[in-house]
Design a protein around this ligand. Structure first.
Ligand SMILES: [Zn+2]
Length: 161
C-alpha cells in the first residue's frame, strides 16, 4: 500500500497485532522513503446480500440498529447490543463464507438475543420470521416456557446432587 504522506509505493511492517476479538490484524507500518508511520487494519472481507440483491459490507452497526428497535423499552444497553453484534459477526465469520444473506444474519441474531431479553427476542422473531397469527406467538412462547422448565428441572437435579 502507498505511503499516505509521500505516496511511495512500498512500506515496511514494524509491528502487527491481532485484535482482542481475533477478527482483525492491525499493522503498524513505516515508509522507507519519508519515514512516516501509519497503521492498516486487515479483516477478512464479509459481504451481505440484501433481499433487494444489493451487496454491502457486513456492519455491526446495522445489526445493532435492527435489534435496537426490538429492544425499545427493554433493559438492554448499548453495550449489550455491541456484544450481541460482535457475537453475530463471530458466528457468521465462523461459517467461513465471505458472502451471507440477511436471512442468515437474522438466524445468527436469534440465539444471543434470546439470551439477552426474551421479549425483545419475541418481537424480533415476529418480524424476522414473519409471524402471521397469534398461534405463531403462542408457539414461540410455549418453546420459551418449555426451555425454562427444562432449565429449572436441570437446576433442581443439580441441587439434589
Ligand atoms: Zn512516505
Amino acid at each position: 500500500m502507498h505511503c499516505p504522506f509521500c505516496r511511495h509505493a512500498d512500506s515496511r511492517v514494524i509491528d502487527s497485532r491481532t485484535s482482542d476479538d481475533g477478527l482483525s490484524i492491525r499493522r503498524r507500518r513505516q515508509c522507507p522513503q519519508c519515514g512516516g508511520r501509519f497503521s492498516t487494519i486487515e479483516t477478512a472481507s464479509l459481504n451481505v446480500i440484501k433481499r433487494s440483491g444489493v451487496i454491502e459490507p457486513f456492519s455491526r452497526e446495522k445489526v445493532m440498529s435492527g435489534v435496537r428497535k426490538a429492544c425499545q423499552g427493554r433493559p438492554v444497553t448499548e453495550g449489550d447490543l455491541g456484544l450481541l453484534a460482535q457475537a453475530v459477526e463471530e458466528t457468521v465469520r465462523q461459517t467461513g463464507t465471505s458472502q451471507i444473506d440477511t436471512n442468515e444474519i437474522g438466524l445468527a441474531i436469534l440465539p444471543p438475543l434470546r439470551e439477552l431479553d426474551e421479549i425483545a427476542y419475541l418481537r424480533f422473531a415476529s418480524v424476522y420470521q414473519a409471524f402471521d397469527t397469534l398461534d405463531d406467538f403462542e408457539a414461540a412462547i410455549a418453546q420459551l416456557r418449555a426451555d425454562h422448565d427444562a432449565a429449572r428441572a436441570a437446576a433442581s437435579v443439580a441441587d439434589e446432587v
